[in-house]
Design a binder for this molecule. Structure first.
Ligand SMILES: Cc1cc2nc3c(=O)[nH]c(=O)nc-3n(C[C@H](O)[C@H](O)[C@H](O)COP(=O)(O)O)c2cc1C
Length: 382
């Protein structure tokens, strides 16, 4: 039986599975359910000081199913951050920490570009006993209209400044959550780490239009006949998340060929995780923890137990005793396209030589064919 526990930025988690910010961490009741089902940590739905500015619409989700099946593979939302008052959240943070003092509760926070507001938010959350922060620099819809979320996350200079404000006030670990709606995700991540953050979380949802209804000719999800681009999540985004996590880990930790720039910082992976095998892939690419949001909305909180079993089976199969035993292992296998071509050329030449009976490795020498093998290696016979 492998040891699934992780210590990340001084926080001790029983397993690497973390509830990602969203509906599965939207009030004390469901956060308690997540701890009861043994999730490693919970990140609450993003909170801000003034919830009165947050007005949600319904419906606000749209799903994509695999052709001919009921299986959900893609999920779009146009949901905003929490619409519950910050005072209620303060009360619930305290109650959760009273009931689950040893479990890790991470406050996802977001504010406008105003130092006093960020500092007040940090100090008031900290006073409630939360264990860490995740800064939501990544909500792709709604909030950018107020220069919040992804609008901040796409501007590395601004990000470094805001992270500096937060880290000036924070006495607990801070993760910056990245938007995938950017060409080079390592630029804002580097800025956040320079701004003092302990870790990076990636990815948030991908800006999308789910579909257009061919009867009504209206885009989905439709609210009063109209829509707005939203955030795409679930299985379908996993390959994009894996690529971005790989790029972030390579920048932070190096890949055996290049030196990492932030070897002591942490990486929390998010995007389409629904199984222990999905999580293992993100850990192989450098993540210490793996977040799940849409998966919980589809499968429920009990999936944590199944995912732990699956991750355990993977680790046992390979003889890994701890998460650190394989974290980042697969980064070394990424290279350039030019190098792939070169490797293929060498392998082809080797195969050809073997086919022609040439000895290319000392282990290939055979007593009965020794003279014949020697002759084949001679180049100047006439
Ligand atoms: C309905 C919904 C609401 C979300 N709300 C938030 C939020 O308030 N704050 C945040 O940082 N991310 C939010 N997210 C993004 C998720 O935390 C996560 O980054 C993204 O959905 C990809 O992971 P997944 O495929 O496991 O859902 C939300 C996602 C969904 C589906």
């Amino acid at each position: 039986m492998a040891d699934l526990s992780v210590v990340v930025d001084g926080l001790k988690l029983p397993n690497p599975f973390v509830i990602g910010s969203g509906p599965p961490g939207t009030n004390a009741n469901v956060i308690g359910k997540a701890f009861d089902e043994n999730w490693g940590a919970v990140i609450c739905k993003t909170v801000s000081l003034d919830a009165s500015k947050v007005v949600n619409v319904a419906p606000r989700y749209a799903r994509m199913r695999a052709t001919g099946t009921k299986e959900v593979i893609g999920w779009q939302n146009i949901e905003l951050i929490s619409d519950r008052s910050f005072e209620v959240w303060e009360d619930e943070f305290k109650k959760i920490k009273d009931k689950y003092p040893d479990r890790i509760l991470i406050a996802s926070i977001m504010e406008e570009c105003n130092k006093d507001a960020w500092v007040e938010l940090v100090e008031r959350c900290q006073a409630c006993g939360v264990d860490a922060f995740e800064l939501n620099f990544s909500c792709p819809h709604g909030m950018p209209e107020r220069k919040m979320g992804a609008a901040m996350g796409q501007d590395p200079e601004l990000l470094e400044e805001v992270c500096g404000w937060v880290n000036g006030a924070a006495t607990i670990p801070v993760w910056a959550k990245m938007t995938p709606n950017i060409t080079h995700i390592v630029d804002p991540a580097r800025a956040s780490l320079k701004g003092g953050c302990e870790g990076i979380a990636a990815i948030n949802t991908i800006l999308s239009v789910m579909s257009v209804n061919l009867e009504t000719l209206r885009p989905e999800p439709t609210v009063e006949g109209h829509s707005v681009p939203g955030g795409y999540s679930c299985k379908a985004v996993r390959p994009i998340a894996l690529r971005m996590v790989m790029e972030l880990a390579t920048m932070m930790y190096g890949d055996g060929k290049s030196e990492g720039e932030f070897k002591d910082r942490s990486l929390s992976a998010i995007g389409g995780v629904e199984s222990g095998e999905d999580a293992a892939q993100f850990i192989l690419l450098g993540a210490s923890t793996v977040q799940v949001c849409t998966g919980v909305m589809i499968h429920g909180y009990k999936m944590a137990g199944r995912m732990c079993e699956e991750l355990n089976a993977f680790m046992d199969k390979h003889g890994f005793e701890t998460i650190e035993d394989f974290r980042g292992h697969s980064l070394q296998y990424f290279t350039t396209h030019m190098d792939l071509v070169q490797r293929q050329k060498v392998a082809k030449a080797e195969k050809k030589a073997v086919r022609e009976g040439m000895v290319t490795k000392d282990t290939a020498w055979e007593g009965d064919k020794f003279v014949e093998q020697s002759n084949k290696l001679v180049s100047n016979d006439d």
